[in-house]
Ligand binder design. Structure first.
Ligand SMILES: [Zn+2]
Length: 292
């Protein structure tokens, strides 16, 4: 996939060279001997390991490949974030070229790895999502303590990556990264009209190191969901991440099914609805009168 994207990096990136591949082919084939149909799958691009499989085996493979796609996404995101320290490399022109090339790359990768899930719209959506993440990684962000300088860090006992302005009134004593967050806001999902402009989900790393000789140092991951915050150890955050990934696949299956079922939804007849409502209004009025 990296071959297809026109991108160059002249500055030294801290990201080690690496490659992540996702590949899965599934075929149905008529068996000439038995007259039945067989299901075949291969995870190699040359289909060297093509073999007869069960539906469950394919589902296990798609889960694996989905995890690989997540790794590809993570790598793209990490690469994007690494470019922020060398702005000349990820100049907007480069990003625009990437934006041009990415839809075709994602489209091909999806068709090859998860053909049964592939639609042009979904591929476009994934490409858009990756670009949004890359652009967000390049968007202006609060100064880090390292950018504020050594005297700032010494004054507040601050870690290099901390983005908290400790000089602000009521600023916390712990140190935290700027949050990553969903574009989706909490109120986009909450139809109650409660309008908080909070992200649906956000996460940050937090280090508490006040008087470390006495109390030690503790690193945590804070996950915000709506108005709630889960203050987790990295190990518990890892479990939350695994649960989220598993749930995402299950949620996708529910949404897939709902879209198919919703295709047969229909509007009622307003005249019949009005008559029905009138009948029940009268019925309830009679009951109330009888009770009075
Ligand atoms: Zn700090």
């Amino acid at each position: 996939m990296h071959n297809s994207i026109a991108q160059t990096s002249t500055a030294t990136s801290r990201l080690p060279e690496q490659s992540v591949t996702a590949s899965l082919t599934v075929e149905t084939m008529d068996d000439a001997d038995t007259g039945g149909s067989i299901l075949l799958a291969s995870t190699q691009e040359n289909q060297g390991d093509l073999q007869v499989v069960t539906v469950d085996q394919v589902l296990a493979k798609t889960a694996e490949q989905r995890a690989q796609l997540h790794r590809i996404e993570d790598l793209a995101r990490q690469w994007g974030a690494a470019q922020t320290s060398t702005p000349d490399v990820a100049a907007d022109g480069n990003l625009d070229r990437l934006a041009e090339a990415l839809p075709a790359v994602v489209d091909r990768a999806m068709r090859e790895t998860i053909p049964q899930k592939y639609t042009p719209e979904l591929a476009q959506q994934m490409a858009d999502d990756i670009m949004a993440r890359l652009r967000r990684a390049r968007a202006p962000r609060p100064l880090t303590a390292a950018e504020r300088g050594a005297s700032w860090m010494a004054r507040w006992g601050c870690t290099p990556w901390c983005s908290i302005d400790h000089a602000e009134t009521n600023a916390p004593e712990w140190h935290a990264t700027a949050p990553v967050e969903t574009d989706l806001r909490d109120h986009d999902l909450d139809t109650s009209g409660f309008d908080n402009n909070l992200p649906w989900m956000a996460a940050r790393m937090v280090v508490a190191s006040d008087k470390p000789q006495a109390y030690g140092r503790k690193t945590g991951v804070w996950i915000d969901y709506g108005v709630h915050t889960a203050e987790l150890t990295p190990a518990r955050a890892r479990r939350a991440l695994a649960a989220l990934r598993g749930f995402a696949a299950e949620l996708e299956a529910v949404v897939d099914q709902a879209e198919v079922v919703a295709a047969d939804d229909f509007e009622g007849d307003p005249e019949i609805a009005a008559a029905d409502k009138a009948y029940w209004d009268q019925h309830i009025r009679k009951i109330n009168e009888a009770q009075a």
